[in-house]
Design a protein around this ligand. Structure first.
Ligand code: ADP
Ligand code: MG
Length: 244
């Protein structure tokens, strides 16, 4: 082993990154008050996802999928319990630190792409990197590489309106991982696509997760697509349960 590799190995071992899930929801609870009533959406949720692992979250509408993803992405606070990102507890962190973790460690993909219409595919993937402080040249290089990896090498200067639905979602995926997060959260990312396109986007997403060592949680209604992921979980009476 070279000195450089040895040094890297020590660093990883000291951080304990190998021992930690990329994301871990522990005893997580979320409820909403509605007048006299309390709606328990999530209770005692346990879910750990490891680097390089993709988890499909398959549950009917209203089961709490989006709620779970918002909590996992530090967009909302749990009413009880803890969300660990790479071993770090986040519940009591100040908002500024939660925002920093969200920006650097977590990528989001939604059902609708939310790309900026006046910018090209390339620019849409460059922007988050430039916000983070990368030079235009570095951002362009990584954006081109990512888009090519996702099969969009010949669509770089197209604007969102000039792309198909599946292409738009692949650009949205590239944008979500542009800053090399450790966790990718996708909320019904193919809910708006025809079955063939959805299948292609899912396949691309799975390959990216494997290749990059990301941990991914992907909410979907579609059991066929979920079968492409490493694990399948559902939400039953507020709890996360493994399927299979
Ligand atoms: P899913 O994404 O699985 O369709 P959601 O997480 O969006 O489900 O919602 C789960 C449940 O929580 C639903 O019954 C929804 O009505 C309820 N809910 C979500 N947000 C709120 C809120 N802000 N106030 C009250 N109830 C909410
Ligand atoms: Mg939802």
């Amino acid at each position: 082993m070279s000195d450089v590799m040895a040094a890297e190995h020590v660093e990883v071992a000291e951080q304990g990154a190998e021992d930690n899930p990329a994301i871990f929801l522990h005893m997580v609870e979320r409820h909403y008050r509605q007048g006299e009533e309390t709606l328990h959406i999530l209770r005692d949720v346990e879910l750990a996802v490891w680097p390089g692992q993709s988890v499909a979250l398959v549950a009917p509408s209203g089961a709490g999928k989006s709620t779970l993803l918002h909590l996992a992405g530090l967009l909302e606070h749990p009413d009880h319990g803890e969300v660990y990102i790479q071993g770090q507890a986040t519940a009591t962190l100040p908002d500024s630190e939660r925002t920093r973790i969200r920006r650097t460690e977590i990528g989001f993909v939604y059902q609708f792409h939310h790309l900026l219409p006046e910018f090209s595919a390339l620019e849409n993937v460059m922007l988050p990197q430039m916000v983070r402080g990368l030079s235009k040249r570095e951002a362009r290089a990584r954006a081109s590489e990512l888009l090519a990896y996702l099969g969009l090498g010949d669509r770089l200067i197209h604007r969102p309106a000039e792309l198909s639905g599946g292409e738009q979602q692949r650009v949205a995926i590239a944008r979500a991982v542009a800053n090399a997060p450790r966790v990718l959260l996708a909320d019904e990312p193919t809910g708006n696509l025809d079955p063939h396109t959805a299948d292609h986007v899912f396949a691309t997403l799975s390959a990216l997760v494997k290749a990059s060592g990301l941990a991914a949680i992907v909410a979907t209604h579609n059991m066929d697509l979920a079968a492409r992921m490493d694990r399948r979980v559902t939400i039953r009476e507020g709890k996360v349960e493994e399927l299979d």
